[in-house]
Write a protein that binds this ligand. Structure first.
Ligand code: HXC
Length: 291
């Protein structure tokens, strides 16, 4: 049976180097219990939320319950004032091999349409805190789409990305045709979506789908380090920066620049903007309070 796991207590300090299961903490003020994911706090200051997909035998196929749990864990971290960034990962063999085909096989159009099938996955994109995907192995179909819902993707050198839905007689349904096209451009996105061919981590890096590639054994630690760097900044200002960058995906250039300007001006109403600039002038490290 899958391991039951709970979110770490607020006072937890977990070192990056400790094995995941040993470091998992079973006491949580929020009290959530998870069957398909492992959840804990990572980083020297325990300020990086860590979610590991844990359906290894099914290559982390994204069944409905697993995605519901991911949503709950994201909510817990979103509401935890200590957490400044979140890392989402899978196993060495698979980040996730897609939506659960065995769960989908008998579904009808009526069920999908009336029940808004898989619409709740969007929840991954709605948080204010940055989410970093650390991808090893297969990121296929919904797995690739889940990675692309995150804000940053780091890949292990053996990772493979693909949208093989066409081989199942369907098409990507969680943003694959949209986010992949924006990330890698029309020709490569069309090729991947129409043939089901996968691309390697190196091709994903060259095409802009991922920002960095590391040896497979390092990618999670590197993602946590990135999370720690982000978490050391003002959470308030980080959220504004994330909102501004995301504006580039939904708005015209003029609208996006207007949003950016409004948010930039808004930073001048915060203590952290004052603190950041004063610290620079006084040649000291800024002490942000998220205010
Ligand atoms: C359910 C899956 C699964 C999936 C793998 N498994 N992928 N179960 N849904 N997406 C299960 C297999 O059935 C098998 O279970 C076990 O995981 C191991 O898989 P194998 O195929 O035996 O492993 P391997 O030979 O190493 O091949 C790995 C693989 C292959 C290349 C990744 O599993 C594969 O092609 N998987 C499907 C990939 C895919 O088409 N993804 C898109 C799904 S559709 P048993 O019980 O037999 O051991 C999708 C739509 C998204 O994502 C739409 C919106 C969200």
């Amino acid at each position: 049976m899958a391991l039951l796991c709970r979110v770490a207590a607020a006072s937890l300090r977990v070192s990056r180097s400790r094995p995941l299961v040993a470091a998992a903490v079973r006491a949580s003020s929020a009290g959530a219990q998870y069957q398909h994911i492992l959840v804990e706090k990572k980083g020297e200051r325990g300020n990086v939320g860590f979610i590991q997909l844990n359906r290894k035998k099914a290559l982390n196929a994204l069944c409905d319950e697993l995605m519901r749990e991911v949503g709950l864990a994201l909510d817990e971290f979103e509401n935890d004032p200590e957490i400044g960034a979140i890392v989402l990962t899978g196993s060495e063999k698979a980040f996730a091999a897609g939506a659960d085909i065995k769960e989908m096989v008998d579904k009808t159009f009526q069920e999908c349409y009336a029940g808004n099938f898989l619409t709740h996955w969007n929840h991954v994109t709605t948080g204010k805190k940055p989410v970093i995907a650390a991808v090893n192995g297969y990121a296929l179909g919904g797995g690739c789409e889940l990675a692309m819902m995150c804000d940053i993707i780091y890949a292990g050198d053996k990772a493979q990305f693909g949208q093989p839905e066409i081989l199942l007689g369907t098409i990507p349904g969680a943003g694959g045709t949209q986010r992949l096209t924006k990330a890698v451009g029309k020709s490569l996105a069309m090729e991947m979506v129409l043939t089901g061919d996968r691309i390697s981590a190196q091709e994903a890096k060259a095409s802009g789908l991922v920002s960095k590639v590391f040896p497979a054994s390092d990618v999670v630690d590197e993602a946590i380090k990135c999370g720690e760097k982000i978490a050391s900044n003002s959470k308030l200002i980080v959220a504004m920066a994330k909102e501004a960058v995301n504006g580039a995906f939904e708005l015209t250039l003029a609208e996006g620049n207007r949003l950016e300007k409004r948010l930039f001006h808004s930073t001048f109403s915060t203590n952290d903007r004052k603190e950041g600039m004063n610290a620079f002038v006084e040649k000291r490290k800024a002490n942000f309070t998220d205010q």
